[in-house]
Design a protein around this ligand. Structure first.
Ligand SMILES: [Zn+2]
Length: 70
């Protein structure tokens, strides 16, 4: 299921994690050449991707929310 990005935070390993509207977290790593998300490395890039839809596997698996929706 596709869900839009509503925000970000960093995890304990300093990797960026997107917050999705469904209440799930999803890592948005940039590890070239395997995972290429250069936009995540800059604040402007991250802001530009707010509202962009990511495929949420947690929704497909009906996993419980990672955070409560306000
Ligand atoms: Zn989800």
């Amino acid at each position: 299921m596709n869900q839009p990005i509503t925000g970000y935070h960093k995890d304990e390993e300093n990797d960026w994690v997107a917050r999705l509207r469904c209440g799930h977290f999803q890592h948005v790593r940039h590890y070239p050449p395997f995972i290429n998300r250069p936009w995540v490395t800059t604040e402007a890039g991250r802001i530009s991707m707010i509202g962009h839809q990511l495929k949420c596997k947690k929704c497909d698996l009906a996993e419980p929310r990672d955070f409560s929706l306000e």
